[in-house]
Ligand binder design. Structure first.
Ligand code: NAG
Ligand code: NAG
Ligand code: NAG
Ligand code: NAG
Ligand code: NAG
Ligand code: NAG
Ligand code: NAG
Ligand code: NAG
Ligand code: NAG
Ligand code: NAG
Ligand code: NAG
Length: 369
C-alpha cells in the first residue's frame, strides 16, 4: 500500500485522471406515460429504462424505491433483437450443432455437456470456456451464470468461446475435459435497453400467446401480488424506472477487516467501493436507504500512514481522494486519525475514519457493461 502511495505522491503532478460523473448506478422515476415517452424522459436525463439483474437485491431495492401506491413500472427489456441466436464475440452464427427450440420469452444459453451442445437456463452456475487473442481455449472451473461468465472472459481474456466449424468444435471438446461448461452461444429474442447482460427473466406465469410476439414488445415490472415481468405494449399510465451508471453497488453483509474486505471485493466483484462524485454519493445514499443493513460499512478509503493523505485504493491504480463527504466537513488528519474510511446511514451518510482492524460489513463495486 505505501508503495502505491509513494508513487502517487511522486506522480500527482504528472497526470490527472478524470472519472465520468456517473459511475455508480442511480435511479429515478418518471411520470406515468406510455413506454416510448417514458424512455424519452429517461434519455432526456442521460439515463435509460433500467436493467434488472436479479430477483434478490435488485428487486428488493426497486420494490422499496417505488412508492407503495405504484404497482407497475416500465423497465428496459424489449423485444428488439434481430437475430435470436448470437455468439458472444459477434461471430455470425453459421455452424449449428444446437437442438434448442425457443419458446416465446425464453432465454437459453448453450453449454457443452457430454461433448454435445445443450441448452441451459442462463441463470445456472457452471464452469465456462474463454479464449484469448492467440485463440487458445481456457476452461475456467469457477461456477458462474452465463452473463457473469461472459464478463469474466471479457475482463481476463477475449470473450467466451465461439465455434465456427467441426474442427473447432472438436478442439473445444478436447480442452473441455468432459466437463459441462458454457460456450458463447445465446438464444434470446429480448434485449435490455442499455445492452448489458442480465439473466433476470421472471415472466408472468402465462405468457400471452400471440402470432406476433412483437405485439408484446415492451415490458412492465409488476408488483401487484408477487412480482413478474409483464409483456404489454399499449399501457399508457405506468411510471418509467430510469437509471444511469453501469456499476452496481453490492452490499456485503458479513463483517471483515478493511484488508480482508478489500481482498473479498477484488476477488469476487471488482473493487471495494469508490465514491468519486456527488452522483456516486447520491447512488450510495439511495441504495442504503432502501436496504436493511446497519453501518458503518467499509469504503475503498485508505490513508497513508506516512504522508497522511487519503486515497481510493485499488490493486493497480489508486487515486487521491478529491470529492469527499467527511463528517463535520473535516478531513481526518495524522497523528490522531485512523487509517481506513467507512460510510454510515446513521451518520447521515457521512464518511468517517475507522481502525482498519475493525470488522465491518462493506460495499463492493460490480461492473455490468
Ligand atoms: C447529458 O450529457 C450531455 C453530454 O455529456 C450534457 O451536455 C448534458 O448537459 C447532459 N444532460 C443532463 C440532463 O445531464
Ligand atoms: C444476423 O443474421 C444474419 C443472417 O444470418 C447475418 O448476416 C448478420 O450478420 C447477423 N447479425 C448479427 C448482429 O449477428
Ligand atoms: C439450429 O438447428 C436446430 C436443430 O436442427 C434448429 O431447430 C434451429 O432452428 C437451428 N437454429 C438456427 C438459428 O438456424
Ligand atoms: C431459471 O433458473 C432460475 C433460478 O434458478 C429460476 O428462477 C427460473 O425460473 C428458471 N427459468 C426457467 C425458464 O426455468
Ligand atoms: C493465452 O492463454 C494461454 C493459456 O492461459 C497463455 O499461455 C497465453 O500466454 C495467453 N496469450 C495471450 C496473448 O493472452
Ligand atoms: C474453423 O474456424 C476457425 C475460426 O473461424 C478458422 O480459423 C479455421 O480455419 C476453420 N477451420 C476449418 C477447417 O474450416
Ligand atoms: C471423456 O469421457 C470419455 C467417455 O465418456 C472417455 O473415453 C474419455 O477418456 C474422457 N476424456 C477425458 C479427458 O477425461
Ligand atoms: C390513456 O389512454 C386512454 C385511452 O386512450 C385515455 O383515456 C387516457 O387519458 C390515457 N392516459 C394518459 C395518462 O395519457
Ligand atoms: C430515504 O427514503 C425515504 C422514503 O422513500 C425518502 O423520503 C428519503 O428522502 C430518502 N432519503 C435519502 C437520503 O435518499
Ligand atoms: C444483514 O444482516 C442482518 C443481521 O444478520 C439482517 O438483519 C439484515 O436483514 C441483513 N441485510 C441484508 C441486506 O441482507
Ligand atoms: C464535529 O462537530 C461537532 C458539532 O459541531 C463537534 O462537537 C465535534 O467536536 C466535531 N468533531 C470533530 C472531530 O471535529
Amino acid at each position: 500500500m505505501e508503495i502505491t502511495v509513494v508513487f502517487l505522491l511522486l506522480c500527482s503532478a504528472c497526470f490527472y485522471l478524470a472519472l465520468p460523473s456517473s459511475h455508480l448506478r442511480v435511479f429515478f422515476l418518471v411520470e406515468r406515460k406510455n413506454r416510448i415517452d417514458a424512455l424519452q424522459l429517461c434519455k432526456d436525463s442521460n439515463s435509460t429504462l433500467t436493467t434488472v439483474y436479479d430477483d434478490k437485491e435488485d428487486l428488493h431495492f426497486i420494490r422499496k424505491l417505488i412508492h407503495e401506491n405504484i404497482y407497475r413500472v416500465w423497465v428496459g427489456l424489449s423485444h428488439t433483437r434481430d437475430n435470436v441466436s448470437t455468439w458472444s464475440d459477434g461471430v455470425p452464427f453459421t455452424f449449428n450443432a444446437s437442438v434448442v427450440t425457443l419458446g416465446t420469452g425464453d432465454q437459453i444459453c448453450e453449454a457443452m455437456d457430454k461433448n454435445t451442445w445443450k441448452g441451459f437456463n442462463c441463470s445456472d452456475r457452471i464452469p465456462f470456456m474463454c479464449y484469448n487473442k492467440t485463440d487458445e481455449y481456457i476452461l475456467i472451473e469457477k461456477k458462474k451464470n452465463w452473463c457473469q461468465a461472459q464478463k469474466y472472459c471479457r475482463t481476463h481474456y477475449t470473450d467466451l468461446v465461439s465455434i465456427s466449424n467441426q474442427t473447432q468444435n472438436q478442439e473445444v471438446i478436447q480442452m473441455g475435459k468432459n466437463r459441462t461448461f458454457w460456450i458463447g452461444l445465446l438464444h434470446d429474442e429480448w434485449e435490455w435497453e442499455d445492452k448489458t447482460c442480465s439473466t433476470f427473466r421472471h415472466w408472468m406465469p402465462i405468457f400471452p400467446s400471440s402470432s406476433s410476439p412483437r405485439q408484446h414488445g415492451s415490458v412492465l415490472l409488476s408488483f401487484s401480488d408477487i412480482f413478474f415481468l409483464l409483456p404489454f405494449a399499449v399501457d399508457n399510465e405506468s411510471s418509467g424506472l430510469c437509471s444511469k451508471g453501469n456499476t452496481r453497488i453490492r452490499v456485503i453483509n458479513q463483517t471483515l477487516t478493511w484488508e480482508k474486505a478489500f481482498d473479498y471485493c477484488t476477488e469476487n466483484h471488482k473493487v471495494l467501493l469508490w465514491i468519486n462524485s456527488p452522483s456516486d454519493q447520491e447512488a450510495v445514499e439511495q441504495w442504503l436507504n432502501h436496504t436493511e443493513v446497519s453501518g458503518p460499512l467499509w469504503l475503498g478509503l485508505r490513508q497513508s500512514h506516512l504522508f497522511g493523505f487519503w486515497i481510493w485504493a485499488n490493486e493497480s491504480s489508486s487515486e487521491v481522494v478529491e470529492y469527499n463527504k467527511w463528517k463535520n466537513g473535516t478531513v481526518p488528519e495524522l497523528p490522531l486519525s485512523h487509517h481506513c474510511g467507512a460510510i454510515a446511514k446513521e451518520d447521515d451518510y457521512m464518511w468517517s475514519d475507522k481502525d482498519c482492524r475493525l470488522q465491518l460489513p462493506f460495499l463492493c463495486e460490480e461492473d455490468m457493461n
